[in-house]
Design a protein around this ligand. Structure first.
Ligand code: NAI
Ligand code: AKG
Length: 366
């Protein structure tokens, strides 16, 4: 077990027989501040599968936090259970107690399978919750800044490819029209772009076609995996992870990939394959940091304008990462990893003798 968790600071197994809660909290690295990461609920087929997921996701959060310059470290949690039938208020209260037992080392909120309302129950047991609804003092729907971050990512990519930030006059293929993908699609239509869209949800497809009728752009529906072969300028993955692999790279005709889906590359080597094929890849955890920026910013009290200003930094980070990738002949993913690792190394060298206890900022909510 210690070998498996050797890169992590702490892993907590949470068991509450009265509510049936089986959860794992993983704290990867708190160099930059307390760990932060959402809570995913899934009917994992084994504890090993859940552990593997939470270890991978929490490490990803360390990089996402460093890349976005937020004062948090990497963590994540998973609840083993079916969100469609096992999501109860009691379960989330029990989970909140476990989060509270970490005494400010871990902050959490929604992820796949959980909703902001679930965390209103957890909030009764701990203050270490982010992303609750606005009426409970939270900052509201985090997919808004995530979608805006994708737009900034697209502009930085077009700037790198063509020397302009102009979204119009281009074509985009979008996989997934959920909370993030739909908002990105709407903005592209508003800019007058041609979009190709796919989703397993027919309703979302119908809704975007209705929106397209009212906006200058044009939307065309594509069947399932045909999306990979669309002859568009940029592919925007906003659904599943692990979709960039040998087979899909073979089909891709786009010049770039920039989307919100977490862990888009099936393996690190696929970042290199994209580079070899001349496809510019916007590293996912840099592009999709808008939601994280919003929930991390809640420490200062909700403020949408401030969040959007901070989200704009995604543009500058990507420009820098693309340029480092070219300069050092490395993949953009490798350049992003180095960008974040340098920030972590610089911080870990900083003398923090004055910070004997937790910093005052985090005591605001404790
Ligand atoms: N919501 C947020 O603020 C953030 C989201 N992300 C990531 O972005 C992605 C999208 O997130 P959300 O929009 O919030 O999720 P969502 O659950 O609202 O939307 C996902 C959409 O993808 C569709 N979909 C599922 N399987 C599909 C398939 N095989 N082909 C085509 N469409 C499919 C679903 O029907 C749904 O419309 C996820 O990977 C998520 O982890 C990352 C950071 C923040
Ligand atoms: O939504 C949160 O609570 C933190 C952000 C997060 O988990 C993510 O960006 O994947």
């Amino acid at each position: 077990m210690f070998e498996k968790i050797s890169q992590h600071e702490q892993v907590v197994f949470c068991n509450d027989p009265s509510t049936g809660l089986n959860a794992i909290i993983a704290i990867h690295n708190t160099t930059l501040g307390p760990a932060l990461g959402g809570c995913r609920m899934r009917p994992y087929s084994s504890v090993d599968e859940a552990l593997e997921d939470v270890l991978r996701l929490s490490k990803g959060m360390t990089y996402k936090c460093a890349g976005a310059d937020v004062d948090f470290g990497g963590g994540k949690s998973v609840i083993i259970g079916d969100p469609t039938s096992e999501r109860t208020p009691e379960l989330f209260r029990a989970f909140g107690q476990f989060v509270d037992s970490l005494n400010g080392r871990f902050y959490t909120g929604t992820d796949m399978g959980t909703t902001p309302d679930d965390f209103v129950h957890a909030l009764k047991e701990t203050n270490c919750i982010v992303g609750v609804p606005e009426e409970y003092g939270g900052s509201g729907d985090s997919s808004v800044p995530t979608a805006q971050g994708v737009i900034y990512g697209l502009q930085a990519t077009i700037q790198t490819l063509e020397g302009t930030d102009e979204l119009a006059g281009k074509s985009y293929s979008i996989q997934g029209l959920g909370k993030v993908g739909f908002k990105v699609a709407e903005q592209l239509l508003a800019a007058g772009a041609q979009i190709y869209v796919t989703d397993i949800n027919e309703k979302a497809l119908k809704q975007i076609q209705e929106r397209a009728e009212l906006l200058p752009g044009n939307a065309e529906v594509v069947d399932g995996s045909d999306i990979y072969g669309v002859d568009a300028d940029i592919f925007i993955p906003c659904a599943l992870g692990g979709i960039i692999h040998d087979e899909t790279i073979e089909q891709l005709k786009v010049k770039a990939i920039v989307g919100s889906a977490n862990n888009q590359l099936l393996e690190d080597k696929h970042g290199l394959y994209l580079q070899q094929k001349g496809i510019l890849y916007g590293p996912d955890y840099i592009v999709n940091a808008g939601g994280l920026i919003q929930v991390a910013d809640e420490l200062y009290g909700p403020n949408k304008a401030r969040v959007l200003t901070k989200t704009r930094a995604i543009y500058d980070s990507l420009i820098q990462i693309y340029s480092e990738s070219t300069k050092n002949s490395i993949s953009t993913m490798e350049a992003a990893n180095r960008f974040c690792e340098e920030k972590l190394a610089a911080r870990s060298k900083r003398n923090s003798f004055f910070a004997h206890n937790r910093r005052p900022k985090w005591q605001v909510r404790n």
